[in-house]
Design a protein around this ligand. Sequence first.
Ligand code: ADP
Ligand code: MG
Length: 263
Amino acid sequence: MTSVLRIDDLHARITGREILRGISLEVRSGEVHAVMGPNGSGKSTLSHVLMGHPEYEVTSGSVTIDGTELLGLPTWQRAQAGLFLAMQYPIEVPGVSLEDALEESFAAAGKSRAEVRERLLVEAGRIGFDERFLRRAMNVDLSGGEKKRNETLQLGVLRPRFAVLDEIDSGLDVDALRMVSRRIEAETSENALGVLAITHYNRLLHELKPDVVHVLSGGRIVATGGPELALELERTGYAGYGEAEQQNESRPLVQDPFADPLA
Ligand code: ADP
Ligand code: MG
């Protein structure tokens, strides 16, 4: 069955300041949409608002999966509706192991807890995640790259309908990046996962092939195109799309520290 994640004229603010200023886009099952934009353009805000972070105030617009409105629902209900967020900065959860958390999630959805262990081992193998981490406190003492693999592992076990990936490439070395992006690409064909891949860099999109690329600047989508748009951004940076307005941590597109020197 084809599902649709629809974002319509979404406006949101934090501490009284409007950050998202009318975002509209539609992702269907199996599609990969990249959202690219300079620092401070509102990319993480978009991901938090989609998942229902309580700090952000939605002032208008709607977000639906197959017509069901998500705005106003608590985060866990959005997850049950099929939405998943891989956070830019995954949170450490002392005292709770990844396995515990996923078992609870399965139980809440009426699925068998017993399935979790089996799937975790398969998924850990697929992305080269050390099995010892599965029973340890979630993300505690993991490196940045291990945390990103951990997010990918959860995605593989939970099999959501739509995944929002907020800079899942940051902190990953070349080999880990290849495994993670391949794993997600496989999920789009094996289970028709729809993806909103937020990223600064085209390197994520070498293996995770975007169908559509959006440029976010100043809280608005200022350009939409095919995969060639990501290549153009890699060459020209974001300067041609106007400075992100209202930003305080703006900087020009920096040299990608993880770029493959041979690419
Ligand atoms: P990006 O992910 O594209 O770098 P963000 O969505 O993180 O951008 O930030 C967009 C704007 O919102 C920035 O100006 C940032 O300072 C502001 N912002 C984000 N989160 C908060 C917050 N918790 N409190 C205040 N301002 C915030
Ligand atoms: Mg961000």
